[in-house]
Design a binder for this molecule. Structure first.
Ligand SMILES: [Zn+2]
Length: 388
């Protein structure tokens, strides 16, 4: 069961294996190194909602949160009307990244370590992140905490993935300890940045380095790295995880009412919603109507009010999430937790912070789905009117 204890890849899957009121569907796809992207559904209504977590593997709180939601629905099925809704869950969108990150965690925090040990570790990590951010430090204090941890922390059963991470580490001289921030998939690709509209694609093609925080001693985002680059080759292609995800959205939207979707990330306590950037051309769609923007804003606002999260418009169309937001009305991106320090910070439970994060988001999620339904109805009736 999900609590504020950190679970590794196997443990997250074990939580998923025992949900008997949630149906497991065929995986939406398989990653390069052969890991299934598991897909679950709750309910059998004609109104569909898609929820994903863990696009960025180091944002481990998002996997934990979404599995917690599944556990709640498994326990109390009447939280949502099963005849009205079908909820699709992709709780581990990036299995390879999750294996890498949680293997690095287990090098420091063994299964069965005490709660106090784990909480103290999370707080130490949080402090390092805060100092790193504030001082713009070149030698990352947080990487020092993982100085002796490398790809050898990944178990033998993940050998192909492990060897590839070693290969990337050597080829691109990745900083020691940076494995703990493995946000990318096994190819070192950032799944949200893996977009043909990414404005840095040209820089990458021409082999021009692009450093994180403009720090030449930091990670070079133009090549595979823990935070992830845009794509493997110079010519753009979607990673397998994204191909599978885009296919899922398309098939759900074609076969039923896709009334909205929630993409879970962390951190910041924010709800990101569809930009209306008049100064930029939206590469995904140029015909988004006022009614669609309103739909999206109202869905985002329902979540943000109930969770007490700030609403924010992102400033570019660089990402896969911007494609989903532009294509499917009612799609929002939620940044869980108001505290920094992926992958540990959000697990700190001082003053019940973690527990409160769960309750507030549970409330927000139900409110948000109800709003998606209302907005979808409004939108459809409007469409009917303009057709007539
Ligand atoms: Zn993220």
């Amino acid at each position: 069961m999900v609590t504020n204890r950190i679970l590794d890849y196997d443990e997250l899957n074990e939580c998923l294996d025992i949900l008997d009121n949630i149906k497991e569907e065929e995986p939406i796809g398989t990653t390069r190194f052969g890991y299934p992207i598991r897909h679950f559904t709750f309910g059998k209504g004609e109104n569909h909602v898609i929820m994903t977590a863990g696009t960025h593997a180091t944002e481990l709180i998002s996997n934990h949160y979404l599995i917690h939601v599944m556990e709640e629905l498994n326990k109390s099925a009447d939280l949502l009307d099963q005849n009205k809704y079908t909820i699709h869950f992709i709780p581990i969108l990036n299995p390879e990244g999750t294996i890498v990150t949680t293997s690095a965690i287990r090098a420091k925090l063994k299964r069965g370590c005490s709660l106090k040990e784990e909480q103290d570790f999370c707080k130490r990590w949080y402090t390092c992140c805060k100092l790193d951010d504030e001082t713009g430090s070149v030698i990352k204090r947080k990487y020092e905490m993982f100085q002796k941890v490398d790809a050898n922390c990944i178990e033998e059963k993940h050998k192909a993935l492990r060897e590839h991470i070693k290969h990337l580490t050597e080829t691109y001289r990745l900083p020691q300890g940076s494995i703990i921030q493995w946000t990318a998939n096994g190819n070192g690709i950032n799944l949200n940045d893996n977009s043909p509209s990414n404005v840095y694609l040209d820089k990458k093609r021409r082999g021009i380095p692009r450093y994180l925080n403009d720090d030449p001693n930091g990670l070079n985002l133009s090549v595979p790295n823990p935070m992830g680059t845009i794509c493997v080759q110079d010519e753009f292609c979607f990673e397998k995880e994204n191909e599978a995800l885009l296919e899922l959205y398309q098939s759900v939207a074609t076969n039923g009412n896709l009334i909205g979707s929630i993409i879970y990330h962390s951190c910041g306590g924010l709800v990101r919603y569809l930009e209306d950037l008049k100064e930029l051309n939206n590469p995904w769609r140029t015909d988004i109507t006022k009614a669609e923007y309103r739909y999206n804003t109202n869905v985002a606002s329902a979540y943000s009010t109930a969770a007490a999260y700030r609403m924010i418009k992102t400033k570019a169309y660089n990402t896969v999430s911007s494609k989903l937001e532009s294509t499917y009305p009612g799609t929002i991106l939620v940044e869980l937790g108001k505290i920094r320090g992926n992958p540990f910070g959000q697990f700190i439970n001082d003053n019940g912070m973690f527990d409160e994060m769960l309750t507030m988001n549970d409330k927000a999620l139900i409110r948000c789905i109800e709003t998606m339904y209302q907005e979808f109805q409004k939108f459809e009736s409007l469409k009917g009117k303009t057709l007539k």
